[in-house]
Each structure stands twice: as C-alpha cells, then as structure tokens.
Design a protein around this ligand. Structure first.
Ligand code: DAH
Length: 354
C-alpha cells in the first residue's frame, strides 16, 4: 500500500459516497490497513515494533485526510445549495390582488348599520315567492292594476297543500297561488307577521326580479331594503322620524326628508319619500312607505288562525317602507347606467372598494 497514493486519492474524492468507499477500502474491517496490521504477528518483535509504529502513523494520517476531505465536500455542497436557493431580495415583488365588497353590498351594509342603531333586526326571505305573499296578501288581487307595474317572472311550480283566504272584496283567494321570482321584498312583511307577535322592527334586504326590457335605468334584477314596524300606537310620526334618521345617517346632520302622497295597495296613507342631499343641493327620490293597510293585518290573522296561532294584529298599527338599493348608489355617485352593477367590470367596481 502506497500511503501517498492513498492520500491523493482521498483528496480527489468527488462525493461523500466516494469518500465513504475509500474509508472502507483502507480502514474498514477488511481494509488494506487493517490487513497489514493483522500481518504484524508474523514479524519478529523488532520488525513488528518498527512496522507497527509506521502503520499507526499511516492510520492517523489517513483518518485526518478523510476528515478534511469530508469537511471540504460538505462545505462545497452547502455553498452550492446557497447559490441555487438564493433569493434575490431586490427583484420587484408579486402584487397580490386584493378583493373588496361589491358596491351593492357596501350600500346595503351602510343601510343595515343605520337601522341596527335604531333597534331593527335584519331578516331575509325566499327569492322564489308564492303569488299569495308577493301579491294577494299585499292587497294586490289578480285583477289589480298595480300588478301591471311589476312585470313578473312566473316560475313553474307544483302545488302544495293550500287553503283559501278571503280577499279584499270577499272573494276566495288561494293561500299559495303560482310561484314568482319576487318582484319586491314586501312579501316578507306578511311572512314575518304570520310567524311573529308584535311589537317588532325589522328590515329585509334582498334581491328582487322584474321582467324588464333592460336599459340604463332598468335591470331585471336589483336589490331592495324593506322595513316594517308594528306595535300598539305606532304612527306616521314614527315613520317620519325613522326615515329622517336614515337621511342623517346617509347624508349627515343636514340630511332632511320629504314625503309626498302616493298610492301603494299595501299602505294607507301611502307616500313616496325623498332625501335632501346637502352636497349637491338636490332631492333624491328613494322609495315608498306608508301606514300598513288594515287589510294586511286581517289577512295575517286569518292565516295565523289557519295555522292554529292566536289572532294578534287587531288594534295594532304599523308602518312600512321599501327602497331601491342600487337606486341610492346611482343617485349618490352619479352612476349613468344601472347595468354597470352586474357586468362584473372590475374597472367600474374597483372605484367603490370598501
Ligand atoms: N314594494 C314597493 C315597490 O317595490 C315599495 C314599497 C312601497 C314598499 C311602499 C313598502 C311600502 O313597504 O310601504 O315598488
């Protein structure tokens, strides 16, 4: 065995595996050095001492060479990894697109916050509604001209068990009727009253649908916010106070309201209300409202009776309102076309990130 050749070989090993093989070859149990050590027994004592000393020295030098080479290889491997996995912190970063609420959600959230402050709870109802809740129970019988104003999507629907209720002129009205995509959120007034005992204050946000020819100011789908307050001794003054509070919530201290008489079948008297927009010095026509028509209370009590619930609406009064959510946004931000809302055009929507 040639020591210098071995040392050189170790110094040239290119990998830890190769190095390990050399270690086995020289120092392993059957390694060359080990064999040479074993052969010592055949030598004379003098030769043995001499040879033994030099073998020990070889062993030590080989071990040191192996250790040194191992350290070098490990160091090289680390350097290589550091280079390969290096991150250039000076490169420009990747921008994460951040989401935001849709304009409609922002406005709805604002409206709900204002009403929550006044003690209202928010409830939701079905978007596919029965003809009875959407029309009949709201004092809009089949032949009523007010129905024409709400072009309707009718939905095919298999009948469920139903009963009849006396209509406004004593006629029999089916408590279910056909199914429609609700044309307004007012049907929830009836649904809520049937299941709850006054007093209460609710608002109902939701999507509504009309069979419209769409243009800049008409969409087949939009949102409304409905309100309903029922209790003993509730008056038109409470309605005015609440809408005025809404105006202050939306437009600040200077917010004012204007009521003008109008007709809706489910209120008497009925009004349309507008809000003063101080910044632009103009009125915004926002929705309809009025005192709940006594017919609604009668129908609700009849319905409750059919469900085995007590009649609780006699002697109650209440008010309701309904307003368009997109309409508020359109007026406030001067949006020229309602169709912008639901075209998912980000350049439009991003302007209103909450
Ligand atoms: N439902 C009516 C509409 O869609 C809005 C409305 C008017 C709701 C008067 C009301 C109300 O609750 O009292 O045009």
């Amino acid at each position: 065995m040639e020591l210098n050749a071995a040392l050189e070989e170790i110094g040239r090993a290119e990998s830890l595996e190769a190095l390990q093989a050399l270690k086995v070859r020289y120092l392993g149990r059957n390694g060359l050095l080990t064999q040479a050590m074993k052969a010592l027994g055949q030598l004379s004592p003098e030769e043995r001492r001499e040879r033994g000393r030099s073998l020990n020295e070889w062993k030590e030098r080989l071990e040191r060479a192996l250790e040194a080479r191992e350290a070098t290889l490990k160091e090289q491997a680390l350097q290589k990894r550091l280079e390969e996995e290096a991150v250039d912190v000076t490169l420009p970063g990747l921008a994460f697109p951040s989401g935001g609420l849709h304009l409609t959600s922002l406005i709805l959230g604002e409206l709900l916050r204002i009403f929550r402050r006044m003690g209202f709870s928010a409830v939701e109802g079905p978007e596919v509604e029965s003809e009875f809740f959407n029309f009949d129970a709201l004092n809009m019988p089949e032949w009523h001209p007010a129905r024409d104003m709400q072009d309707t999507f009718w939905v095919e629907f298999k009948g469920e068990p139903s009963f009849t209720i006396q209509g406004p002129f004593g006629e029999e009205v089916n408590s279910l009727g056909g199914a429609v995509l609700r044309t307004h959120t007012s049907g929830m007034q009836i649904r809520y009253m049937i299941r709850h005992t006054p007093p209460f204050r609710i608002v109902v946000p939701g999507r509504v649908f009309r069979y419209e020819e769409t243009d800049a100011s008409h969409e087949a789908m939009f949102h409304q916010l409905e309100g309903l307050v029922v209790g003993e001794g509730i008056t038109m003054a409470d309605l005015k106070g609440a809408i005025a509070e809404l105006a202050r919530g939306l437009f600040g201290k200077e917010g004012r309201v204007r009521f003008q008489p109008t007709f809706f079948p489910f209120v008497e008297p009925g009004v349309q209300f507008a809000m003063w927009w101080p910044e632009r010095e103009r009125w915004l026509e926002l929705g309809g409202a009025g005192m709940v028509h006594p017919y609604l209370f009668r129908v609700v009590d009849d319905y409750r009776e059919r469900l085995g619930l007590p009649r609780v609406y006699q002697g109650m009064t209440g008010w309701a309102f309904g307003m368009g959510v997109e309409r508020l946004a359109i007026l406030r931000y001067g949006i020229p076309d309602i169709r912008y809302f639901y075209q998912n055009r980000l350049s439009f929507l991003r302007q209103f990130k909450g």
